[in-house]
Design a binder for this molecule. Structure first.
Ligand SMILES: Nc1nc2c(c(=O)[nH]1)N[C@H]1C(S)=C(S)[C@@H](COP(=O)(O)OP(=O)(O)OC[C@H]3O[C@@H](n4cnc5c(N)ncnc54)[C@H](O)[C@@H]3O)O[C@H]1N2
Ligand code: MOO
Length: 349
């Protein structure tokens, strides 16, 4: 920072707000901190009594905070993301360009934020967002930064984008509500309506329903039927725990699913199973992977469970791996607040 004559300040950056007071008319910053002084500004500044100015001198190799903001925004803008306008005071926002699930490249985000003098703050990934929602904000810390600072942030991103909004793509689902008490009509099926509502939130219609009881063969046959119907998601409810007649995990396996996880570090939802039916072409390559969920009884009674943490990605066709479930442990304890304010709460964050 340097004090220089106003006449010599063209091209340099103001280090403080310049307040202008016009009696009975206006009072406020006429020029804001960070403003780059132009020829036209000089007479105005002089008329305000500003003979000298504190400025950052724009030397070669220095980047103004607003230009830096554009560079950082570029790191964030994966598919389904858009800049929320021009930078203001060095800060730029990133918005969702469509409805979908927000995917955050956590590893690269950490790497960028580990470099000096830059910051990127995002929403938690894995949650549903709507077109126009704010996703992230980014800026450099000082008014001007050396080019190397931005180059280091860009190197940390390693050519990958930090954010993506993946649109919901699954359209149809089967709900197979297990349990002999449900099949016999002793208990009215309350799980299918819960699942219908949860799936509808992502534009998924339940086109296939079954209540096969809890015999292994019947559940496998119901799963086979759902697959033959060509649904995008297969959901089996109940029978997920440790009772002798809890056959759902075994049936999903016997129907040919590749099991990603049986068990998740989330409460409620410890007994969740997630797998895929990999459909292979003649050459043995996987053409399509249909997700299958074994949903424990808790999801029928509780407003928020592991299902709500997983469904946005399932609905968007994001392949889930064991590591995705390992991540859920931190923040995976629902506090059971009354009333429940999910998703505006710490659950899953
Ligand atoms: N000894 C243990 N007991 C339990 C464990 C455990 O680890 N050890 N796990 C608990 C957890 S966690 C859960 S969650 C529950 C439920 O697991 P399930 O998926 O096996 O649930 P079900 O036994 O099939 O059903 C529980 C309850 O809900 C009724 N139900 C089931 N489906 C329907 C339906 N479609 N409509 C209406 N009602 C339904 C069912 O009749 C039972 O009353 O297990 C814990 N136990
Ligand atoms: O832990 Mo159970 O699968 O949620 O209530």
């Amino acid at each position: 920072m340097k004090l220089i004559k106003t006449e010599e300040a063209v091209g340099h950056i103001l280090c403080q707000d310049m307040t202008q007071i016009i009696a009975d008319k206006s009072k406020g910053p006429r020029f804001k901190k960070g403003h780059v002084v132009t020829e036209k500004d000089v007479p105005v500044l002089l008329s305000m009594g500003k003979v000298n100015l504190y400025v950052w001198e724009m030397e070669p190799g220095m980047v103004h905070e607003n230009d830096a903001a554009h560079r950082l925004a570029e790191l964030c803008l994966g598919p389904g993301c858009v800049a929320a306008g021009e930078p203001s005071e060095g800060k730029i926002g990133i918005n969702a360009a469509c409805d979908g699930v927000l995917l955050v490249n956590s590893e690269r985000l950490r790497a960028v934020n580990a470099t000096d003098e830059v910051m990127v703050a995002t929403r938690k990934g894995g949650f549903a967002v709507h077109e126009g929602d704010a996703l992230a904000g980014t800026r450099v810390i000082p008014l001007v930064v050396r080019e190397e600072v931005l180059a280091a942030a860009e190197a940390a991103a390693a050519g990958e984008k930090l954010l993506e909004v993946r649109p919901f793509s699954a359209r149809t689902a089967a709900v197979i509500a297990t349990g002999s008490e449900v099949a016999s009509g002793l208990i009215e099926d309350a799980f299918t309506p819960v699942m219908e509502a949860k799936l509808a939130a992502f534009g998924i219609e339940v086109t296939c329903r079954a209540t096969p009881g809890d015999e292994m063969d019947s559940v496998v046959a119901a799963i086979d039927g759902a697959r033959a119907a060509g649904v995008d998601v297969v959901v089996c409810t109940g029978g997920m725990s440790v009772d002798p007649d809890d056959n759902t995990p075994g049936a999903i396996k016997r129907a040919g699913a590749r099991i990603v996880t049986y068990g998740s570090p989330v409460l409620p939802g410890a007994m969740l199973l997630v797998g895929y039916f990999d459909e292979k072409g003649a050459d043995g390559a996987v053409m399509r992977s249909v997700p299958v969920l074994g949903v424990p009884g808790c999801a029928m009674y509780n407003k928020a469970t592991v299902l709500d943490l997983v469904l946005p990605r399932v609905a968007a066709g994001v392949p889930l791996a064991k590591a995705d479930f390992v991540e859920l442990g931190e923040g995976g304890l629902c506090l059971g607040c009354k009333p429940c304010t999910f998703p505006h709460c710490p659950f899953g964050r």
